[in-house]
Design a protein around this ligand. Structure first.
Ligand SMILES: Cc1ncc(COP(=O)(O)O)c(C=O)c1O
Length: 455
């Protein structure tokens, strides 16, 4: 065996032990940053080390400081886990080390991106000839789509952003619901568009289409983008797309939908109604590393008009070997990047149509079980309408909710983050891991009951 193979075998052993530990290990990390720095022995050695020893040191020093994100009992943020075929494919991605910029450079990558992209459009019920770009995550997917939108609405006024930039051009209005995700604001900031104008949302975070119509009319004609949301980070709620998109069309606005985790509802016959009307937008951002459960990092930027995203993101270079029909590079902000479509293809191929639907429905079923179980706890109230994968609950007062959260993390059975929603501290549960079982939910509910009993 050469040094590379020995190192890979060692990494395989560590990876398999880590995965095997997930069902029973505590979910929070056991060691602090400082402890891991010490364990890594921060001195850079003067000379080379054997790759196998480096892998060993990394794995053993880091193990206590790893949070069990891929555990079936991790419910913080919205993270997803790692579906087995996608995880294994991701190892191949590293070994293959393809630079996924051009069709001519890696025909295998371009082919897989094409096939996975077509499947995705089909699963998500989006227009079949849209461009699908593979980004680092939903933040950059939002950025990509909004860049295409910004350039397109300005182009309609005769202004060419690619050539002339933004300075001196017409102002672009961007309207979004009060409860949009902050990643949208970040993407707008990167794009030089500043903060969005906020439109009233209802108690669950759904944009009010009438308020949107009024806000659009009040501003007068201007190049305009409307940002809608599929899946509110607290309530899981979906905007009323048909009515909101009708209002946006009356103002000739570009309509973008941030559906980082929620767009996947479209893949399930039982939940597709939540995304009704979605397909009439101009662009959609979602993550494969959330609901689809591929490893980090993988977002998806879908743009109805492939030429619009190409105008915003495409480039030409004398030393590149470019294809007239467009290359992977024409749909994303970066040049060199890893082969993200390989893992998406593997997850979709492994799950099949029914598997993706089952996955979505299982996540939702677990969220409902959490809501039912928590509602039975003395003093606890579930605050949101549980329509998808998100549950927000409080335990009588902000102080008690905070104590329950702290005790739950100390217990270690599960990882659930707190948040502030509608002015109250809440326990915020997001079910996004393919491997979560009924038993994980039952064990977590037991832990929540234990945490609230003494709080
Ligand atoms: C609705 C929504 N949009 C955007 C994002 C940002 O996604 P990412 O972290 O993949 O950039 C998230 C993350 O949770 C989200 O829930």
């Amino acid at each position: 065996m050469d040094a590379r193979e020995t190192a890979l075998r060692q990494a395989y052993g560590h990876a398999v032990r880590w995965l095997a530990s997930l069902s029973d290990r505590g979910v929070p990390a056991r060691a602090s940053v400082e402890e891991i720095v010490r364990a890594l022995s921060a001195e850079l050695p003067d000379g080379p080390s054997a790759p196998v020893d480096v892998v060993d040191l990394l794995a053993t020093a880091c193990e206590p400081g790893l949070t069990a994100f891929p555990s079936g009992r991790f419910y913080g943020f919205v993270v997803g886990g790692t579906e087995p075929a996608a995880l294994a494919a991701d190892w191949l991605v590293s070994a293959w080390d393809q630079n996924c910029v051009m069709r001519a450079a890696s025909p295998a990558y371009a082919a897989v991106e094409e096939v996975a992209g077509a499947w995705l459009l089909n699963f998500l019920g989006l227009p079949g000839n849209s461009a699908v770009g593979f980004t680092t995550g939903a933040t950059m997917a939002n950025f990509t789509c909004l860049a295409a939108g910004r350039d397109a609405v300005l182009r309609r006024t005769g202004w060419n952003v690619a050539r002339d930039g933004l300075t001196g051009g017409p102002g672009v209005r961007v309207l979004a619901g009060e409860d949009r995700h902050m990643a949208v604001d970040l993407a707008l900031r990167y794009l030089g568009l500043g903060r969005p104008e906020l439109v009233r949302a209802d108690g669950q975070g759904r944009i009010d289409p009438e308020a949107l119509r009024h806000a659009l009319a009040a501003g007068g004609p201007a190049p305009t983008i409307v940002v809608l949301q599929a899946g509110d980070i607290h309530s899981g709620a979906f905007d009323p797309f048909a009515a909101a998109i009708r209002a946006a069309r009356e103002a000739d606005a570009w309509v973008h939908i941030d559906g980082a985790f929620g767009l996947w509802a479209a893949a399930s016959p039982a939940y597709a109604h939540l995304t009704a009307g979605c397909a009439d937008a101009d662009s959609w951002a979602t993550d494969a590393h959330k609901t689809l459960n591929v490893p980090y990092d993988c977002g998806l930027a879908v743009v109805r008009d492939p030429l619009a995203v190409r105008a915003a993101m495409g480039l030409r270079g004398d030393y590149l070997i470019q294809d007239e029909q467009g290359d992977p590079i024409d749909k994303v902000p970066e040049l060199s990047r890893r082969g993200r479509a390989f893992t998406v293809w593997a997850a979709l191929r492994a799950l099949g149509r029914s598997g993706v639907a089952d996955l979505v429905e299982r996540l939702c079923r677990h969220a409902s079980a959490f809501a039912t179980g928590i509602a039975e706890i003395d003093g606890a109230t579930v605050l949101n309408e549980v329509v998808f994968t998100q549950v927000c609950a409080e335990f009588g007062s902000d102080e008690r909710t905070e104590r329950v959260l702290t005790r739950l993390l100390d217990d270690g059975t599960a990882w659930i983050s707190g948040s502030t929603w509608r002015g109250r501290r809440v326990m915020r549960i997001s079910v996004s891991n393919w491997s979560t079982t009924d038993d994980d939910v039952a064990r977590t509910l037991d832990a929540i009951r234990r945490a609230s009993a003494g709080a």
